[in-house]
Ligand binder design. Structure first.
Ligand code: C2G
Length: 440
């Protein structure tokens, strides 16, 4: 029996894919199709894939052409597969011409003519052009805007609140209501106190929302927003970009699978220096404080790893003359673990994350919130492991692509649990009302 293998993402399966599968099948008696895993695709820079791996596998299955489907998960797997499965022919589209010649050592390599005039990119852009509005000040939006333009299927229609800042190019600036009129979805990174009203309004007009955390002040308000999103059948997603980076997500899975034993301590630090030197000018210049700028990001791993049921918490904040928090330290005591979170705006420190366990610890160097790299370290250094996952730009792309996917497929891939969102809002509220907070 002559065995043929071919590989691909097969996103939004189209005629080009069907043709290649048919031709590959004709090269032998038994066709094996390797479908790329979501992780492998994002590592090789293919992050704009719309369908999940399961949906893509289903698509290939439905063609009835594959005798066997396998998952391609890592670089170098092709050689392994060819040897392990006893492959006679490796077939791939002519766009890869020359790239897989190295496999001819193991089997016959055939490049099949690529079908002209059709691609997943084209299918994606015909299907879903999401009109996205951006809400907030230019200094918070320009990076998102830069990364969003590269995403197929997203058109930025304008902003609200950016006041025609040159960093946003020619984007028109509208009133909030006007922007909602013109958009299918909004990305919100406005001042925390404005977010609840804005999200509520957007959801009631059936617009999808991607919003920085906290989305609201207090757990109840956050819960209300989530309920409202469900009622209006809209996607309401957390806009903390760290949660969508492959390295961070992998790290969470490893910690949860017991790689460092029981977690005893989580420590996170996020700081940045303020854009202006005179602290007393913070408020009038609309500069975010330590909690506004960093609170949610720094709390996220604590609540995702240790849960939200801590027994005690202690918060100390250093206030400037105008009552602006330039540094805040939060300690949480759980039944079996502790956490320390330090955030600063106008104070600088090492922005690292350390997760300590009974068998080892995870070390993520600064800036951990934009991480592409982390280490798992043990007593015996020879067992230490290093992990690297490419992170393009600031990482906004990943959350935008996930947002687009959630909208197109009517479901949210739950990167951040509702209870975590609620707890972040709750802590923020306690902080704002200075409930049991030590001021120095
Ligand atoms: N294809 C084609 N004609 C098109 C589009 C795609 O013949 N118009 C072929 C590609 O050449 C490839 C297969 O269909 O052989 C799957 O294409 P993609 O889903 O784009 O996957 P790709 O990124 O090419 O993955 O390890 C993964 C593989 O190396 C290929």
């Amino acid at each position: 029996m002559k065995k043929v293998i071919t590989y691909g993402t097969f996103d939004m399966l189209h005629q080009g894919h069907l043709n290649i599968l048919k031709r590959a099948k004709e090269l032998g008696d038994y066709l094996i199709v390797g479908v790329t895993s979501d992780d492998f695709d994002s590592r090789r820079g293919k992050i704009n894939v719309q369908q999940s791996m399961m949906e893509r596998v289903e698509g290939v299955k439905e063609t009835g052409l594959a005798d066997q489907i396998i998952i391609e998960e890592y670089e170098g797997q092709k050689i392994d597969d060819i040897n392990r499965l006893g492959i006679d022919v490796f077939a791939i589209g002519s766009d890869w011409k020359g790239k897989f010649d190295y496999l001819s050592e193991f089997c016959q390599v055939v490049y099949l003519e690529r079908t002209k005039g059709i691609s997943s990119t084209q299918v994606r852009s015909q299907h879903n052009h999401l009109r996205l509005g951006l809400v907030g000040k230019a200094k918070h939006l320009w990076k998102v805007a830069n990364e969003a333009v590269a995403i197929n299927g997203i058109d930025i229609v304008g902003t609200s609140g950016s006041e025609h800042d040159s960093r946003l190019g020619e984007l028109p600036d509208y009133s909030f209501n006007e922007l909602i009129e013109k958009s299918d979805a909004v990305f919100i990174e406005s001042n925390v106190k404005d977010r609840y009203e804005q999200i509520y309004y957007a959801l009631n007009h059936r617009r999808h929302v991607l919003c920085d955390l906290p989305m609201a002040i207090g757990a109840e308000k956050q819960r209300e927003l989530l309920k409202n999103a469900r009622k209006n059948e809209c996607v309401l997603m957390s806009g903390v970009k760290t949660a969508y980076s492959t390295a961070y997500y992998r790290l969470l899975l490893m910690v949860k699978s017991g790689e460092i034993g029981d977690v005893i301590s989580v420590e996170t630090t996020c700081t940045s220096l303020s854009e202006i030197s005179k602290i007393s000018e913070h408020i009038e210049n609309n500069i975010w404080s330590s909690m506004d700028a960093w609170g949610a990001t720094a709390l996220l791993p604590v609540f995702q790893i240790l849960g939200t049921n801590y027994a005690n918490r202690n918060i100390v904040t250093k206030l400037s003359d105008d009552h602006f928090d330039i540094f805040t330290k939060m300690d949480f005591v759980y039944e079996n673990a502790v956490a320390t979170v330090k955030v600063g705006k106008g104070v600088k420190s090492e922005g690292e994350m350390i997760i300590s366990g009974t068998k080892g610890y995870v070390y993520v160097p600064a800036p951990w919130w934009k991480t592409s790299y982390f280490e798992i370290r043990y007593e015996d250094q020879n067992r230490n492991k290093r992990f690297f996952y490419e992170l393009e730009g600031e990482g906004f792309k990943y959350e935008l692509v996930n947002f687009l996917r959630a909208i197109n497929h009517g479901r949210v891939i739950n990167y951040t649990d509702d209870v975590v969102l609620e707890k972040i809002s709750a802590v923020y509220k306690e902080f704002c009302s200075r409930e049991n907070i030590v001021e120095i």
